[in-house]
Design a protein around this ligand. Structure first.
Ligand code: SF4
Length: 340
């Protein structure tokens, strides 16, 4: 069952709904009480004080996929500010993955050989409460065309870099002209081979995946890889399926990374269904991340022994190509740490 229809959004009958992604963003839920009332839930479930610089943001199409009247809905708890975020846990820090130590310049990070990562924008279409960049100092990164020009120059000067990852925030929050300019600057660098985007928009704001966007990604000489971020099979509704099909049909390689989250996907049935649903939509499960220990997210953590036990169950149920790799990111490490 899905929630009652939001005016202007027709997701429950299988149609795509709003076609203007910017307008859909303007209509996103930003006040917890409003979202909870719309779901038929008490306002007391949220703790607005927990937002502290990380406001709630939930597109209406994503809310449409939540179960009305269910306070523990796995989509809802990913986005609802809760009192637990304010609890202090010494092991949970502002920069759990060592982004600041990996900075080469404003908005440009390098952690791994042969790849560089561009923080393109602070903006996202949804605010995931467990986000490892929820405290990232975007204001100091002075993002924008000047920073991009410097980043592109730095990448051009290093022939060992063969792949650029556009990240953020969410790189698909850039509009088409900005994205076109950035891709043009990158494809002019002869030693670059691949362009990878890490984005949650095909899942949470599928209307962003337009024919024009597919053209920007596939008309470049760089091989396009889009790594989406889905944590639960119910996130992949009809509109997301259509968006993923459009990307696939245009020639984009699609992978998924998930975060293992307590109360969201820490059971074998959900993870099995996530893998099979992804594959049905042309996406290969790539990584299942142990939670990055960012301040405010301790209530989402799944202990390592439980994560390993889940992986063993998945391995018995699924063909190998549908089993994601369980990984942890350690600051300063030369690669992700593969745990299972
Ligand atoms: S979409 Fe990604 S970057 Fe944005 S809040 Fe969610 S996890 Fe963080």
């Amino acid at each position: 069952m899905v929630a009652k229809s939001v005016p202007g959004w027709q997701g429950s009958d299988g149609s795509v709904g709003l076609t203007d992604w910017k307008e859909e963003l303007r209509q996103a839920f930003t006040r917890p009480a409003e979202l909870l009332a719309w779901l038929g839930l008490p306002a007391a479930l949220a703790e607005p004080g927990a937002m502290d610089g990380f406001q709630m943001l939930v597109p209406r199409g994503y809310a449409e996929l939540m179960e009305p009247g269910e306070p523990l809905d796995p989509l809802l708890i990913q986005v609802l500010p809760q009192a637990a975020e304010a609890e202090a846990h010494p092991a949970f820090v502002l920069d759990p993955v060592g982004d600041s130590a990996a900075a080469l310049g404003p908005g440009l990070l390098q952690k791994y050989q042969g790849r560089a990562l561009l923080i393109t924008t602070p903006a996202c279409a949804i605010h995931c409460r467990y986000c490892f960049r929820r405290h990232y100092p975007y204001a100091q990164a002075s993002l924008g065309s000047d920073a991009w020009a410097a980043a592109v120059a730095a990448i051009a000067a290093d022939p060992s870099i063969h792949e650029v990852i556009l990240s953020g925030g969410d790189p698909l929050m850039l509009d088409d002209p900005a994205l076109t300019a950035l891709v043009a600057g990158l494809e002019a660098i002869p030693h670059l081979e691949r362009l990878r985007l890490h984005t949650r928009l095909p899942v949470v704001l599928p209307s962003r995946i337009t024919a024009d966007l597919c053209g920007i990604l596939t008309q470049s000489r760089l091989q396009p890889v889009v790594v989406i971020h889905a944590n639960h099979p119910r996130e992949l509704g009809p509109a997301a399926a259509l968006a993923l099909w459009s990307l696939r049909a245009a020639g984009v390689t699609l992978l998924n990374q998930s975060v293992l989250l307590r109360g969201v996907n820490d059971d074998p049935d959900t993870l099995t269904a996530l893998s099979t649903t992804l594959f049905r939509h042309g996406v290969l499960p790539y990584y299942l991340h142990l939670l990055d220990r960012v301040q405010g997210s301790a209530h989402f953590e799944v202990p390592l022994p439980a994560a390993l036990a889940l992986m063993a169950r998945l391995r018995r149920r699924l063909p190998g190509y549908l089993v994601p790799r369980l990984v942890r990111e350690e600051p300063g490490a030369g690669s992700k740490i593969v745990l299972a």
